[in-house]
Design a binder for this molecule. Structure first.
Ligand code: SDX
Length: 381
């Protein structure tokens, strides 16, 4: 009976040269580079986007050429912008991103082709910047801002979303967030997108499928759900009682804790925590939630640590985003997660379809009734 690996736990579905995770030791490497090294070494998001698509860090000229392809994607067709603005302001931000990509799937004639896939991927990374900035402006009832490409991807995004010049600290934090969330092997969202592209459906539909999976609170949705828990607790001195009533009782899950692969502290969470400590004092809510999170982390590790349940990347990221000026609403933190993860999705889609393509079609173990004859309803008592 137990032929089934529930949730595909420990099932390998593809080969990859993109990302490796050591869940026991808490190690995350992109094509051999540890995330700690990339962040401390001052890598730009664009360099790592290039690394994912081409397997090596770019030289100056290669980066310039790649960035111009990404920047061409900043201009999205008018129907994509209206696909966003025609939906209610109360919409979930990730659902709005899905709507935008579904409309791209409707209009763009895409065919898998080794000579063009990476150019299309570069422009999709550009599309995602504009789409995510437009989604943010729409849910906040603000006029759209044309992306101004000065200063690189992170700064361009913040300028278009927040409608002001970002500080150096904010751009550095956004750049780090883009790198930290960029890929993570084959989590639910990447797997969902791989199923879509394995049918040779188009790259835009693959992104739409990946977004649909990311949206859930057990996955990318935790980026919002974790800080929503900090907000619900409200202050440091309320943490202990909330923890006893909600988590120790097993009534609710501690969002931002636990992981299918990591059995120790998520290396990305450590880096996000450092940015949270540095940036939170600039925003009173972020600072209050930062103090709640510190106490919650202490209780969470004391309670769950022996089970290998520790903070994951989503525990601290929301505080960093809030410190930059993104309020807690409409699942925007998960949309920011998707802005980063689109590169990983595209890289896995290309790696799979170009090098190891096979339609993904698993089986199910039948446990229903044996063969039987149809009885017309008039004879069914
Ligand atoms: C992301 O896969 C990726 O790489 C994802 C991601 C990425 O970069 O793409 O890293 C991003 O999605 C991070 C995870 C964000 N999700 C959350 O923070 C939501 C809270 N976390 C849990 O729901 C849980 O830890 C999961 C879903 C993340 C992973 O859980 P598993 O591997 O499916 O394990 P499980 O749900 O079967 O839990 C095993 C046990 C259970 O207890 P028992 O029923 O066996 O008694 O551990 C408990 C769970 O109740 N448990 C938790 C818990 N996480 C696990 N209990 C309370 N709070 C938690 N957070």
């Amino acid at each position: 009976m137990e032929r089934i690996s529930r949730g595909l736990e420990d099932v390998d579905i593809k080969w990859t040269r993109l990302t490796t995770i050591d869940g026991e030791r808490g190690i995350l490497r992109y094509a051999g580079y540890s995330v700690e090294d990339l962040i401390s070494g001052g890598a730009s998001a664009e360099e790592i986007q290039y690394l994912f698509l081409y397997g090596e860090l770019p030289r100056e000229g290669e980066l310039r050429d790649f960035v111009s392809k990404v920047e061409r994607g900043y201009r999205v067709p008018a129907h994509v912008t209206s696909a966003i603005s025609n939906l209610p302001r109360s919409s979930d931000a990730v659902a709005l991103q899905m709507g935008a990509f579904a409309s791209l799937a409707a209009s763009e004639r895409f065919k898998w082709d080794k000579t063009t896939d990476r150019d299309v991927a570069a422009s999709v990374i550009g599309n995602m910047l504009t789409i995510t900035a437009d989604v943010y402006r729409h849910v906040n009832g603000l006029p759209l801002v044309e992306p101004d490409p000065r200063g690189g991807y992170a700064r361009t995004f913040l300028r278009a979303a927040l409608g002001r010049e970002p500080t150096d600290d904010e751009s550095r934090a956004m750049n780090a967030a883009l790198i930290l969330y960029m890929d993570h092997e084959v989590p639910a969202s990447t797997t969902a997108g791989l199923v879509v592209v394995s049918t040779l459906s188009d790259i835009y539909s693959g992104v739409t499928g990946a977004l649909a999976a990311l949206k859930g609170p057990l996955h990318g949705g935790a980026a919002e759900a974790a800080i929503a828990q900090f907000a619900e607790i409200g202050s440091e001195d309320a943490v202990e009682r909330w923890f006893q009533e909600n988590i120790v009782t097993g009534k609710r899950r501690l969002m931002g804790f636990g992981h299918r692969v990591y059995r120790t502290y998520d290396p990305r969470a450590r880096i996000f925590k450092e940015f949270a400590e540095r940036l939170a004092p600039r925003n009173p809510d972020a600072l209050r939630y930062y103090r709640v999170a510190l106490r919650l982390e202490e209780l969470g590790i004391a309670h769950f640590g022996s089970k290998g349940i520790y903070p994951n990347t989503d525990f601290w990221s929301g505080i960093v985003y809030m410190s930059m000026g993104f309020p807690l609403k409409n699942n925007i933190y998960t949309a920011l997660f998707a802005l980063s993860r689109i590169t990983g999705w595209l890289a896995h889609f290309i790696e799979y379809v170009e090098e190891q393509h096979r339609l993904i079609r698993p089986r199910a173990v039948y446990t229903g009734p044996g063969e039987r004859k149809f009885v017309p309803i008039s004879q069914r008592s």
